[in-house]
Design a protein around this ligand. Structure first.
Ligand code: KIV
Length: 261
């Protein structure tokens, strides 16, 4: 069940998102990724709460091995297309790898992405002092920011691969502190990617802003999925935590084969 319903299909705003908690609404905040105009037109007509133009487009659209290869110009291009198709949705765009490596770079690239694409908010990975200061500055100048911790694909090499975070005491304390710091810095919501589910629940309970989980169990305030996984748009099987609704890859392949006959 989504936050909004069909009769009230209006764009969410940061005040509404910031105060959303599953335990008081008994609903999930639902976010899906999107990377193109036609799909965003379709999502615009649904009750979906939030659209994310994730840098996962590097993997599923551009065929890169890592999101690290995605540039700020690529994010501007795709975010603009998605926003054009979904004027009635709250759209969030990812700041890509390296684009916020310093305060100066982060400000310039955030303003560029926000201004040129027309999205409602940006998302960035990590919660070190540098990121916290940037989030504070961005919210001061009017750019809402969604945080993202746990498995952060832009740091895959530094983190040593893709795995569940928050299994040991050190990592649990770190993630809890990071969540509180992101909230204090001004984030309106936080993505918890591959965070151990018990910890994801504790973080969700400790925060006043919503948590949006992916591979982090069902106790977060919302869920995010890569649309290509949900619809099985690609050749490879989606990750285990995502049960695809259909196999659109096979369906499309069959249609083309039938046509060619
Ligand atoms: O890039 C992306 O799609 C993301 C989600 C998986 C949260 O960051």
């Amino acid at each position: 069940m989504t936050y909004l319903n069909a009769k009230n299909n209006q764009k969410l705003n940061t005040r509404q998102i910031r105060s959303f908690k599953k335990k008081t609404t008994n609903k999930n905040l639902q976010m899906l990724t999107c990377y193109d105009f036609q799909t965003s037109q379709l999502l615009n007509e649904t009750n979906l709460d939030l659209i994310l133009v994730g840098d996962s487009l590097g993997n599923v659209i551009l065929g890169y091995d890592y999101t690290i290869e995605v540039s700020i110009d690529t994010m501007v291009l795709f975010s603009k297309a998605v926003k054009k198709g979904a004027p009635e949705k709250f759209v969030i765009a990812d700041l890509p790898f390296g684009s916020y490596a310093s305060m100066e770079l982060g400000l310039a690239n955030s303003i560029k992405l926000f201004q040129q694409s027309g999205v409602e908010a940006l998302k960035l990975e990590g919660a070190y002092t540098q990121e916290l200061q940037l989030i504070e500055r961005l919210t001061q100048i009017g750019i809402p920011v969604m945080g993202h911790i746990g498995l952060t694909p832009q740091s895959v090499h530094e983190q040593g691969g893709y795995y569940t975070h928050g299994k040991d005491e050190y990592s649990q304390k770190k993630l809890m502190n990071e969540s509180l710091a992101l909230q204090a810095a001004g984030c309106f919501a936080i993505v918890l990617e591959f965070v151990e589910q018990g910890l994801a629940q504790k973080i969700t309970e400790a925060l006043t802003i919503p948590t949006i989980g992916i591979g982090s169990g069902t106790m977060t305030d919302g869920q995010v999925l890569v649309i290509n996984d949900l619809l099985h748009l690609g050749k490879n099987d989606p990750p285990k935590f995502c049960k695809p609704l259909a196999n659109i890859y096979q369906t499309k392949k069959q249609l083309i084969e039938d046509y060619l006959k």
